[in-house]
Design a binder for this molecule. Structure first.
Ligand code: SF4
Ligand code: SF4
Length: 349
């Protein structure tokens, strides 16, 4: 089995960059000269404060170029309106966040096309997705991948790292919707202070006032993005899963597994355990930093690298940030479907 590597974070961005460079220097370079290699990352939603600086991706691009391959950077379009729904919007957001071709030294592209329709079906064969899952066609257009993931909390999955970057990160919009389809907000009226923030933030205009001035949610319009839940200042909203809490975790894992089965022989994974915020880089506005910077970790299996990331950070911070999310079931399910060894369950605190 190939090794998981780790380098401790520094005290500022300069020393963090050095830590990343030290990590890269130790990685066995897996790509052939001249290969086209896609660097999959998340360049942050407009208004998010904790997405990764483009300087880290630039270091990885330099390493790839030094080793004579042809890198490019990509992400896919998303479900909700905002700064990344279409390819054009998403590229503008990337540029605004520093991910320009000039800063990167390589092309910056959209993995499912400018209209989000450049997609392919790949084999799945699992319980929720029996035959196929749908992902950006980029999966068939590179000879290698680096899955570069910002490790942080997440409202739906408890934590977000390599598993989520492979899953939501490669999924077409339709596949993203299939993964989210059971999740909708549920209001606790006794907590609601009627501030209207959920109405303002909803990208689908699915929230409005009822006659008593409480928010009501149009579930036909709702896409389950959970932005309203994240922004509510008094935690009056929680995720209501129509089937079970575990269904989202399992669908996430199935999609990640299908993607990984296609690219595992030509990919490496790097998790950045820095800016460890309570919420995803998709969320606008201020959420909290829940743990100190830890460093950078690389590996060759998404479940192993995420389990090790949780061990290094300490899983209690994710339990505290998202007490209702059964995130451990991602690993249990990965074992169940044969994507991870059962020993992985001992790694997770
Ligand atoms: S954001 Fe929360 S407190 Fe404000 S109106 Fe919506 S549910 Fe009520
Ligand atoms: S989860 Fe909330 S913010 Fe997202 S679409 Fe549904 S109602 Fe709107």
């Amino acid at each position: 089995m190939k090794k998981i590597l780790f380098e401790c974070a520094g005290t500022d961005i300069k020393s963090n960059i050095k830590a990343l460079q030290r990590l890269l220097d130790q990685i066995e370079f897996p790509y052939k000269k001249g290969a086209t290699v896609g660097l999959k990352l998340h360049w942050g939603e407009i208004g998010n404060l904790y997405f990764l600086s483009e300087k880290y991706a630039a270091v990885i691009v330099q390493w790839l170029k030094k080793n004579e391959v042809k890198p490019f950077i990509f992400d896919t379009t998303v479900l909700y309106s905002g700064g990344r729904r279409t390819g054009v919007d998403s590229l503008m957001t990337a540029y605004e966040h520093g991910y320009t071709p000039q800063n990167m030294g390589c092309p910056v592209v959209i993995g499912d096309g400018i209209g989000g329709m450049d997609v392919v079906k790949i084999k799945s064969g699992f319980f929720h997705f029996k035959d196929t899952v749908e992902v950006g066609s980029i999966i068939n257009q590179a000879q290698g991948f680096i899955i570069f993931s910002h490790f942080k909390g997440h409202l739906g999955s408890g934590f977000g790292g390599a598993i989520k970057n492979l899953s939501m990160g490669f999924a077409s919009r339709a596949q993203k919707q299939l993964m989210h389809s059971d999740a909708h907000p549920e209001l606790n009226r006794s907590k609601c202070i009627r501030c209207g923030m959920c109405i303002d933030i909803c990208p689908e205009k699915a929230v409005s006032w009822n006659e008593n001035k409480f928010p009501i949610f149009d579930l036909d319009k709702c896409i389950g993005c959970a932005h309203c839940i994240a922004i509510c200042p008094v935690a009056a909203l929680k995720v209501f899963w129509r089937i079970s809490h575990e269904a989202f975790q399992e669908r996430l894992v199935e999609t990640a597994a299908a993607v990984w089965n296609v690219i595992k022989n030509k990919s490496i994974l790097i998790n950045a355990l820095i800016n460890i915020s309570s919420e995803c880089d998709c969320m606008k506005g201020k959420n909290s930093i829940i743990a100190d910077d830890v460093g950078f970790i690389s590996g060759y299996d998404p479940f192993e690298i995420d389990a090790e990331s949780l061990r290094l950070i300490g899983s209690e911070v994710f339990d505290r940030a998202h007490p209702d999310i059964p995130w451990r079931s991602q690993f249990e399910y990965a074992v169940k479907i044969g994507m991870a060894d059962k020993n992985i369950l001992n790694v997770i605190p």
